[in-house]
Write a protein that binds this ligand. Sequence first.
Ligand code: ADP
Ligand code: ADP
Ligand code: ZN
Length: 209
Amino acid sequence: MNLILLGAPGAGKGTLAAFLIEKMGVPSVSTGNILREAIANNTELGQKAKQFMDAGQLVPDQLVIDLLRDRIAQDDCKNGFILDGFPRTIPQAEALDTIANIDVALSLEVPDEVIEGRMTGRRVCLKCGATYHIKANPPKVEGVCDKCGDKLHIRKDDHPDVVQHRLATYHEQTEPLKDYYGKQGKVKSIDGTQGIQQTERFAVQALGL
Ligand code: ADP
Ligand code: ADP
Ligand code: ZN
């Protein structure tokens, strides 16, 4: 199955993706994680993306479309993939339609009021991409990744001022994708406010896993 996870920043896409990887046996592709890794390694891609990401703006379409195309052409995506954070604009969705067949767009519904707490409590591992929350999903040892032992970071763009901007960008540029995939009959929506395990159960039901 080729699956897209739709939802506001902080809705829980990455967290759900980590669960679905195991359940579905396919990899997830997070454009945000790929870009953050590129920044950490100071690659050419990272240098191009950094200013946009720090400001909570979207990286230009062509840059992410090219990186996504290369990523899902790799062998491990042959039997399906989960896209987390792509597409984020109509032009990205149109480009994706020329690259792959999407089966389902699973939309995680979380109102703006809930998002800020998700972001301020978020801690991420830049090495392996794992995501934690100081209350909802704390690591075993504070500040240390359970999976790989690396140090956890607070994302620069999770600062409350930047979060407001990211939410506005989301409503303006990304939310229209629900309509885009709705017209193709591919949207399944689930409540994303109910805690991590309940969200996983809703997803399993919606996807018939
Ligand atoms: P979140 O998990 O909070 O939704 P992501 O990790 O997906 O955030 O993305 C972080 C940032 O990376 C975005 O604010 C944007 O600058 C950039 N980015 C990630 N994916 C895309 C994309 N598909 N198109 C444009 N920019 C992107
Ligand atoms: P996204 O990838 O959509 O930006 P994340 O998966 O990174 O979202 O989740 C944002 C934050 O909220 C993280 O700190 C994560 O641990 C936490 N979180 C994710 N899903 C839930 C949930 N259902 N209930 C409470 N907290 C959650
Ligand atoms: Zn890690």
